[in-house]
Write a new protein. Structure first.
Length: 208
């Protein structure tokens, strides 16, 4: 799963009418790649019957704010996942001012998938833990995880690498990237961003 990535060439980057900081202060969105309104993906992950959680095969970057939240729940998560906390993350820590907490660590990949993937069933064990404990999953799941297959780079809201390079298995099978992640964008960045994006969406031709 992608993280915040380096900005690359795009057919159209459109400035937003204002800057929109996330509820954590960063990232701050000031422009959008209109490709988010055209690309499509299956969206409803737990209803998928064909990808076998392939988007979890490379792990995910966990911003430092959510790293600390996960560490605060380490006892419960160890009991739920059966994985000791010292096996959750790689040793390398990346520093990035766009990431909440100022940087990130990456989850370990074990037997071809994120350490937190449910091997006995489907989905994310961190998400399952939150549901079982009555916690808002945003409390523990990192920002880039919840925004996937969108991400951000240098203030630009854009498709994640997997969505751009065609390696996301469920492409072209459901709502647009924007519609699939719209609720999450509202949670993190507020209704003002959604109004701005809705207005831009209305001016983008449907690729079908």
């Amino acid at each position: 799963m992608d993280t915040a990535r380096a900005a690359g060439p795009s057919p159209e980057i459109v400035p937003l009418p204002a800057s929109f900081p996330s509820r954590y202060g960063v990232p701050v969105l000031s422009a959008v790649d209109v490709a988010i309104f055209g690309g499509r993906y299956f969206t409803h992950c737990m209803q998928c019957s064909f990808c076998r959680d392939a988007c979890c095969s490379e792990g995910v970057d966990v911003d430092l704010l959510h790293l600390h939240a996960l560490e605060a729940h380490a006892d419960g998560l160890e009991a739920r996942t059966g994985v000791p906390r010292d096996r959750w993350f790689t040793q390398q820590r990346s520093y990035d001012p766009e990431m909440p907490g100022g940087g990130s660590v990456r989850t370990q990949v074990v037997d071809g998938a994120c350490v937190f993937r449910d091997r006995r069933g489907r989905g994310c064990l961190v998400h399952a833990y939150c549901l079982e404990r009555g916690l808002d999953y945003h409390t523990l799941k990192p920002l880039v995880d919840c925004l996937f297959p969108l991400t951000f780079s240098e203030g630009i809201l854009c498709p994640a690498d997997e969505a751009e390079d065609g390696t996301l298995i469920c492409l072209d099978t459901g709502p647009t990237f924007y519609r699939g992640v719209r609720e999450e964008l509202g949670y993190y960045f507020g209704e003002g961003l959604l109004r701005a994006l809705d207005a831009l969406e209305g001016g983008v031709p449907n690729p079908s």
